[in-house]
Design a protein around this ligand. Sequence first.
Ligand code: G6Q
Length: 546
Amino acid sequence: MPIERTPLTRTPAWANLAAHRDASRGAHLRELFAADPARGERLVAEGAGLYLDYSKQRVTDETMRLLVRLAEERGVVARREAMFAGEKINVTERRAVLHVALRAPRTERILVDGKDVVPEVHAVLDRMSDFAERVRSGAWTGFTGRRIRAVVNVGIGGSDLGPMMAYEALRHHATRELAFRFVSNVDGTDLVEATRDLDPAETLFIVSSKTFTTIETMTNAASARAWLLAALKDERAVARHFVAVSTNEAQVRRFGIDPANMFGFWDWVGGRYSMDSAIGLSTMIAVGSEGFRELLAGFRAMDEHFRTAPLDRNLPVLVGLLGIWNTDFLGAATAAILPYDQYLRRFPAYLQQLAMESNGKRVTLAGASITDYATSPIWWGEPGTNGQHSFYQLLHQGTHLVPCDLVGFCRSANPLGRHHDLLVANLLAQGEALAFGKTAAEVRAEGTPEWLVPHRTFPGNRPTSTIFADELRPATLGALVALYEHAVFTQGVIWGVDSFDQWGVELGKVLATRLVAEIEAAAEPAAGAHDSSTSALLRRYRARRG
Ligand code: G6Q
């Protein structure tokens, strides 16, 4: 059982940060920039092709020094090394946490329980490459000999959000010869709509499930199988139209998928950290083996940066620490991710799982309740500029403090007239407006009537970070995802939680299993089986479901 360390809020660094916050309360970003003309060039860091400008965060050099001290006191470096060394840092599940091994070069050695896992990683990657290229070229055909035209990934949570986000993000680099669909919800609508216009003879299903027991995925996969067989009327068709990505060979076999068509991974890859494992098979089919390897190289570049850059210039550490500052010292309950790139439109959904399932915890590694500090903020977001015409009002003038990460690219994948300049102008303008606002004096100077002045005033002092990269390529996406993976890791170490378990999703699953039995049973549910609200809803549903 892990031994409790000094409680976070009793560490010297935490106390110093709280005192520093109290002493510097009121310093507005307007003043910070006015007092320090070089601020916008100094409070920046670069790594793995990403440029981070955090000068519009409400921090000073002293804040950063104290935050780095906090990372040191909390043992971020030792924990990082333990992760890279394959130690079982997921303590509640007694597992190593080695998504970094998924992007390690062939020459590296990473031991788990005395066994080097790198050769296995590359063996799977090579099999994936072979399969992906056969699907792309048309060499892999469906049961009737027709080439595959549509790839449907069936998975949920970590087995869906990563591949779905990556496909959207890399669409520009993806083959247009194939359609890609992602089915996750147990709501039959998801599968029905995804397959409605597809031809079963030309459709390949990738059943992605680490455990191969997840109710949503198994239900969707069974219905997909029935859809296929209704058209092709031969059980042997399953072998040509279904492949599996899983760690559970026995279950894959039971489903009827030939283990020769199974791509494996390992218990040391967490679901939300698995988009660069075989779970990325759909991504590889979309962007090709080379594109996927470029994606891995981007992840790897950020891993190397995370491992070697000094803490005060280390992007994931900085992003993690700024999040702690905003959440725990400035009281921000949420954080927004605002990608100024349409291809990243599902990145907020991906990041929600990564951050909130990892650090949405209320006990420490040793099981002590966390009562005097906040853990993960609520992440949300939409791509710019769309959000500007909806919720940005609250960001600028609402009563909540919402730190934002603005993500943008210097070159567009689809240069079209002035579009990209307009897009980037908006990104820059929002960062500026959020930081500096518009004072009442400025509003008055425009001749605004006095009664309207408060409405037109922008307080500013709203913190943002800007993440800029040259262009959105597979390597950039890898670096961006790894940036947030390691930022979430850094925060988890500081908050003292297990970032790699997810016990919080269990209870609902157990209760749903019981409820589905009660919904489908002939007999009325026993009186008192549930609270009065659930019982009444259950009775109403049974009476009306038709
Ligand atoms: C992620 C979670 C969770 C998981 C899904 C799917 O970290 O563990 O989102 O990925 O529940 O699980 P399977 O891949 O086992 O179907």
